[in-house]
Each structure stands twice: as C-alpha cells, then as structure tokens.
Design a protein around this ligand. Sequence first.
Ligand SMILES: Nc1ncnc2c1ncn2[C@@H]1O[C@H](COP(=O)(O)OP(=O)(O)OP(=O)(O)O)[C@@H](O)[C@H]1O
Ligand SMILES: [Mg+2]
Length: 227
Amino acid sequence: MRVNGFTKTYDGRKVLDFPGMELESGKIYAVIGANGSGKSTFAKCLAGIIHADKKGTFFDKEYSVGYMPQKSFPFAMSVEKNIALGGTDISRRNQLMEKLQITHLAKKKANRLSGGETARMALARVFMKSFDVLILDEPTSGLDPVSRNELLEIFKHLKSKGISILFSTHIISDLEKCADEITYIRNGKLIYTGHILGFAGEQVSLEDAMVQYEKEGLHEKFADERV
Ligand SMILES: Nc1ncnc2c1ncn2[C@@H]1O[C@H](COP(=O)(O)OP(=O)(O)OP(=O)(O)O)[C@@H](O)[C@H]1O
Ligand SMILES: [Mg+2]
C-alpha cells in the first residue's frame, strides 16, 4: 500500500513535511526521531485525528486503521467499560484483558490506574477492532521490560496475519527486536526509511547512529539560525 505525502503546519510553522512512502503488509515500521521531531503529528494525521494542511486521503485504498495515542485520557469509569468503547464483543474484551494482564483491574476506575496499567488498557481498547494498519504512538513507553517484550510478541503475531504496524519509540531495543524497517524523522522531515542495517551501518549501534544524525541535525539548525 502507498501512503501519500502531506504537510502539517502549526502556527505558521511547518512541523511535518512528509513525502510519502510505501507500506508493505505484514511489516513492522519503527518511527524514530528526537522529541518534537513530528512523530506524533505524523501518527495523528495518518489516523485521521487531526487534518493535514490539505484534506485528502493518505492511503491508496480504504483501509481500516487502528490508532493508539501517545497520551491516553481514560474516562472516569471502569477499565472494562473504557475498553468496551473500542468494541462490544465481551468475550474478546475478556480475552484481551487476560492477555494484557489487567483482568484484576476490570472494575477499577480507569483514571486511577498506574502509567503502565493505563497503557495496557489503551492497547486493549485498540485491539477490540480489527484493522489493516496499526498506528501506535510510543506504545511501549511506561511498560516494564516483561510487558514490553510481550507487546512486541503481539506485534509479531499481528505481522504474521499481514497487518502493517507503524509504532514510534525512543526505546532502541524495541525496534531491534521486532522492526523490519526504520522511519526516521528529523525536524519534521523524513530523513530515512528502510532497513535497519542501512540506517546504522555494521560498525555502529543504532543508538550511536541516531545520536550522530541528531548532532549533524543540530549543526544544520544552528547554521540556519546564524543566517
Ligand atoms: N497542537 C499543536 N499546536 C502547535 N504546535 C504543535 C501542536 N502539536 C505539536 N506541535 C509542535 O509540532 C512539533 C512536532 O510535535 P510532535 O508531537 O509531533 O513531536 P514528537 O516527535 O511526537 O515528539 P515526542 O518524542 O516528544 O513525543 C513540535 O515542535 C510541537 O511543539
Ligand atoms: Mg510524540
């Protein structure tokens, strides 16, 4: 499938200038980039949460898109009711709560959960629907290492069913474990999209490569500001 290019401007500043990319089914794409680089803006536009500068469709066909925001604001009602907002199939809901280990929290008020518990609930809500493309904004942030691993296993399972997953992360080990491709955004521009090896080379760790790219970006930024 093809994702068309688009831009997004906030207060007269273009925060995202995305040229478009190919998205293969059954592949996991990790979206990386520094704070404020435009990852959430990218995810929100694709998920239809906010409008890009020009209204239009992003995908070449009608796809069902699942989306989990970076910050979820749970409603002040029980966890199970919050999850049911994603879909009405009760046995699926119970299965998901079991899988995400929040069954014991079913009756608890969702606004009283811990950070990691809230993330699991938000994931359960997303997974109530089925989709072709899954867009998750920092889904592993706040999860403990065991839960992170379990979530990455869920991603691999969805991938095996042909679902495309785009997830942003600052946790490099997450993408090393499961991503097929990296999409690297810097200052709102798509700097790289492709295989992990092409990003870092063989000598350098991914994390070092990213730090290096960001430093180069800083030089460019300061050079611009001097003009
Ligand atoms: N509603 C908004 N109004 C104005 N500016 C915004 C708005 N939302 C985001 N921005 C700006 O757009 C830029 C990109 O923000 P975005 O949230 O996409 O970054 P991010 O890559 O997700 O960062 P992080 O890693 O911190 O989550 C930032 O400079 C941010 O300040
Ligand atoms: Mg973000």
